[in-house]
Design a protein around this ligand. Sequence first.
Ligand code: A2H
Length: 253
Amino acid sequence: EGIGPQEYTAIKMEVVEWSEAAAKEIDHKIGGRKIYLVAATLRPETMYGQTNCFVGTTLKYGIFAANEHEAYVCTYRAARNMAFQGIFEVRGQVHQVLELEGSQIVGTKIKAPLSVYPEVYVLPMDNVLATKGTGVVTSVPSDSPDDYATLMDLRKKAEYYKIDPKWAAPEPVSVLSTPTYGDMTAPALVKKLKIASQKDTKQLAEAKELAYKEGFYNGTMTIGEYKGEPVQDVKPKVRASLIEKGEAFAYAE
Ligand code: A2H
């Protein structure tokens, strides 16, 4: 994070089936719109390896009407930014249809664009910041140490986290390979830095830095249309293709 705005790719994850707790609240006000959870990522080239998506259980989310056909789930703060970036039908205007608590969204089944797992579940993560991105984090445990550590926590303590173990079952998938960490960067770093859980925030920050540098500068794709090509070259191509297909949009803050 340096000078100037952070350019995210906002991934549109269409709701396939709401969790029981959210289904109770969703009513006719959505007006037949397709609803998407919107996740802000800096690593669009890793979307092949999405296994789930994360929300903060104590965060407040809204369902915002983007236009006649679509509504987005994110924090109010992100919706306001989107409105001023011309992402909604009327520039500057936020139309919140409903408010939901993160805990209510957990267990919702969604589509994950590009993923080898076409449908995945929403799971809880402790360290989702309300002040960054959309408050929705798509999970790529092969390349994000935070995502990997959290997924392992959830598998170990499904009951404590109030999740169905099957929601956390998809295995990490190799997306890219690096000379230092091999085909699974995040699991390799979690092991190397002896990270035991998502609560090890200091080591996770270090792992995140190392994973990003090695993956971006020395990584080669192991999957998808650009298999064998350097990650640096592939990132803008995957981003452009997702945007062109209507599965993502540019979001900055
Ligand atoms: B990244 P930066 Cl594979 N709270 O996407 C916590 N983390 C958040 C967030 C929030 N509100 N919003 C976004 N993020 C995560 C993929 C990924 C990411 C990989 C590897 C590293 C990585 C899959 N998760 O991030 O502080 C999102 O996770 C490390 C750079 O703006 C987003 O990109 O630099 C990243 O943090 C943005 O963090």
